[in-house]
Ligand binder design. Structure first.
Ligand code: CNA
Length: 284
């Protein structure tokens, strides 16, 4: 059951103890897992918060109601895309760089890197806000793909990035130069396998000294299984609005149910990074 016995690695299951451990020589490899909750304060709705879910986003922000979507997840279904690529193109246009600013949570990940603590940031998000907060590319694993590349959904031929951007901006559907099939950015749709960099990065979790899980409902596999892969006594810190996954089942699990921006700010303060933290976010 949750929280039986004393923690093994942390002094207590709270932020000051997490900070103390992070400053110790034992803590060298920090892993982060992000979900849509890390970006909600940027104005990008998540899927599950009822009043502002992706369906509401579609109605208000990209006016997707006119596309006759029965459920919002259809945007990420390949068969639906083949019939009607317009809703996904409209969503992709919303997420083009420049419209949204990274959140303090993204800046906290950058600070982890600045302090040579960050090993890998796994993200389910496709908004690229980690990158824009200054986290270097090689430390980010975009588990559900990105807008960096695009290809034909039929023959898999790659498509030109500049042309793709033009198409997204103007709302024109891109067709493959080879076979005429529909072109889709390399965002992982339901039923598609995850990108190769994800599979390459997963084994490193076995060497984790601490794991932060931030703003995700942990409903989507295989991402949802990652917290089980860190060593038994590796502290696992959940920062989310709701309790998710199996947090509380291990000795050094810490559960903090609050807005992630507030929690990472409090943690930055405990770490003595308060000024840097504010400066990092101001720079974004
Ligand atoms: P989700 O299922 O919508 O869950 C979000 C979680 O974050 C929930 O448990 C919320 O309680 C929590 N949450 C929301 N706001 C905050 C906050 N301010 N502080 C702390 N916690 C918060 O999202 P997941 O990422 O778990 O779902 C996986 C899907 C959603 C992925 O495939 C994403 O690609 C997809 N998605 C991505 C984006 C984006 O790129 N920003 C937006 C919406 C959906």
């Amino acid at each position: 059951g949750p929280y039986e016995g004393s923690p093994e690695v942390l002094e207590a299951r709270d932020l000051p103890s997490v900070a103390k451990y992070m400053k110790s020589p034992e803590c060298r490899k920090v892993f982060v897992m992000l979900g849509a909750g890390a970006s909600t304060s940027a104005g990008i709705p998540d899927f599950r918060s009822p009043e502002i879910g992706m369906s509401a986003c579609c109605l208000t922000q990209s006016n997707l109601a006119r596309f006759d979507l029965t459920h919002p997840e259809a945007i990420f279904e390949i068969n639906f895309f083949r019939q009607n690529p317009k809703p996904f193109y409209a969503l992709a246009r919303e997420l083009l760089p420049g419209r949204f600013r990274p959140t303090p949570t993204h800046s906290f990940v950058k600070l982890l890197h600045d302090h040579s603590l960050l090993h890998t940031c796994f993200t389910q998000n496709i908004d690229t806000l980690e990158r824009r907060a200054g986290v270097p590319d090689h430390k980010i694993v975009e588990a559900h793909g990105s807008f960096a590349n695009q290809r034909c959904v039929e023959c898999r031929a790659e498509y030109d990035a500049v042309k793709m951007r033009e198409c997204l901006k103007t709302g024109t559907i891109a067709n493959c130069n080879q076979c005429g099939g529909l072109v889709k950015p390399d965002i992982t749709f339901f039923g598609e396998s995850l990108p190769e960099p994800f599979h390459r990065a997963v084994p490193f979790l076995r060497g984790a000294d601490i794991l932060f899980v931030i703003g995700t409902s942990l409903q989507v596999q295989p991402f949802a299984s990652l917290p089980s892969l860190v060593p038994e006594h590796c502290p696992r810190v959940l920062i989310n609005l709701e309790d998710v996954g199996d947090f509380g089942s291990r000795s050094d699990d810490v559960i903090i149910l609050d807005k992630c921006d507030n929690v990472v700010r409090a943690l930055a303060k405990e770490l003595g990074w308060e000024e840097e933290f504010d400066a990092a976010w101001q720079e974004t």
